[in-house]
Design a protein around this ligand. Structure first.
Ligand code: CTP
Length: 403
């Protein structure tokens, strides 16, 4: 899966002949599952039509501050466009646009959006070789890079003028590879290994029955996805769960019982930097597992239970460099209980869910959490989707890792 998958990309097109290549650039981005919004400078429409680009991007293309053609003239808000984007790519970037960008000129929608964008900006210069070498262009290129914009260097080859040299816009597939590897190299969890436990555990009573719980595994799987999206290599140890996950950085290990989860967690704990134990592990298991199906009798049935091993506490007892995160699902005296759990299990952070909060806990798509650290400082979050909650948790971990 590409790091650009699911990302919102603003593609700014300026008036160079290489603009014709943006049709395939948009197509490649869409194929990677990115959302693409195209903004064009008015002059670039001489090189490629907005209709081509809107058809490929499946969105209306903007080139002016308002759309005169529409019945009620619609204002194209450059601030909103800039805030919408995860990444802004300006390709081709002509000498003229680069010069304006370097000097804060904003006489068209693309430039105004550039000035208001908060996301990372990539630009792919395209011009004739002498323009590319000109001192003023070189000054503008270095100024733009000093301003934290990322340049996708032009390549050498035959230019539209017939001259041969540097100034050709990088090919669309190379632009994408460049951006993907740049994003990967800057991910905050790059080269970190994260262990995550998820889902319930099933403790056998006999060959056909078990003791389990309603955990869906959604929270743990959302955490695994988010950690991998942030560049981490993830070992996801999951109890029985219907959740699906596919990511080149996630190694999923399926287990059934608390004992199997314990063994897998201990097998990998040494080599991880962060461990997040979100599984709803059964606290008890049948003391003896019947080898044959237990037959129905008239009398009541008593099953003797024995405690399972507390995986989280056992990792807390041996942890060295690892950043250890546990979960606490509480119904009363929530903060106090969670703080006690944090201390007792030697955690760095505990994520508290209260069953008193509607929409929190098991088998829902949402969660409402409080994150408590080892100094007992608390951070409360709103009710959010589990994907959003996973983002909040990973962000907090990153902040605390760097602190
Ligand atoms: N946990 C674990 N192994 C167990 C039980 C729990 O790793 N055998 C982990 C869970 O994954 C969670 C945390 O411990 O991160 C809290 O589990 P919870 O059941 O809420 O806490 P307990 O310590 O079991 O306390 P209690 O049930 O009394 O609240």
């Amino acid at each position: 899966m590409s790091v650009l998958s699911g990302k919102k990309i603003l593609l700014g097109i300026t008036a160079g002949i290489a603009a014709y290549k943006t049709a395939s650039l948009v197509r490649l981005l869409i194929k990677l599952d990115a959302e693409v919004q195209v903004i064009m400078t008015p002059a670039s429409k001489d090189f490629i039509t907005p209709l081509t680009l809107s058809t490929l991007s499946k969105r209306q293309v903007h080139s002016t501050f308002y759309n005169k053609e529409e019945e009620n003239e619609v204002w194209n808000n450059h601030v909103e466009l800039g805030l919408w984007a995860d990444y802004f790519l300006i390709a081709p970037a002509t000498a003229n646009t680069l010069s304006k960008m370097a000097n804060g000129v904003c006489d068209n929608l693309l430039l105004a959006t550039y000035l208001s964008a908060k996301c990372p900006v990539y630009f792919a210069p395209a011009m004739d070789l002498d323009m590319y070498k000109h001192t003023s262009t070189l000054d503008n290129l270095s100024k733009l890079q000093e301003y934290s914009n990322v340049m996708i260097p032009a390549t050498s080859g035959e230019l539209a003028s017939g001259l041969v040299g540097e100034g050709r816009m990088a090919e669309p597939k190379d632009i994408i590879t460049f951006i993907e590897s740049d994003i990967l190299s800057k991910l905050p969890l790059k080269q970190k290994k994260v262990l995550i436990t998820a889902g319930p555990t099933y403790e056998a009573i006999d060959p056909v029955r078990f003791i389990g719980n309603h955990s869906s595994g959604k929270m743990g799987f959302a955490l695994a996805k988010e950690a991998a999206n942030l560049g981490a290599e993830v070992i996801l140890i999951s109890g029985p769960s219907h959740q699906q996950i596919k990511h080149s950085l996630i190694h999923r290990i399926d287990v059934t019982t608390a004992q199997e989860m314990y063994q897998e967690a201990h097998k990998h704990f040494d080599k991880v930097d962060i461990a997040i134990l979100s599984a709803a592990v059964a606290d008890y298991k049948p003391k003896n597992v019947a080898s044959q199906k237990i037959k129905k009798k008239d009398a009541t049935l008593t099953i003797e239970l024995a405690p399972t091993k507390d995986i989280l506490a056992s990792l807390g007892a041996i942890k060295k460099h690892q950043f250890l995160v546990g979960f606490a699902l509480e119904t009363n005296n929530e903060v106090e209980n969670a703080q006690r759990k944090l201390k007792r299990k030697n955690l760095d952070v505990i994520v508290l869910n209260s069953l008193q909060d509607k929409g929190a806990g098991f088998a829902t798509n949402t969660n409402k959490i409080t994150i408590i650290d080892k100094y007992f400082s608390q951070k409360l979050f709103e009710l959010k989707s589990k994907d959003e909650v996973a983002k909040d948790i990973m962000n907090e971990i990153i902040v605390k890792l760097d602190a």
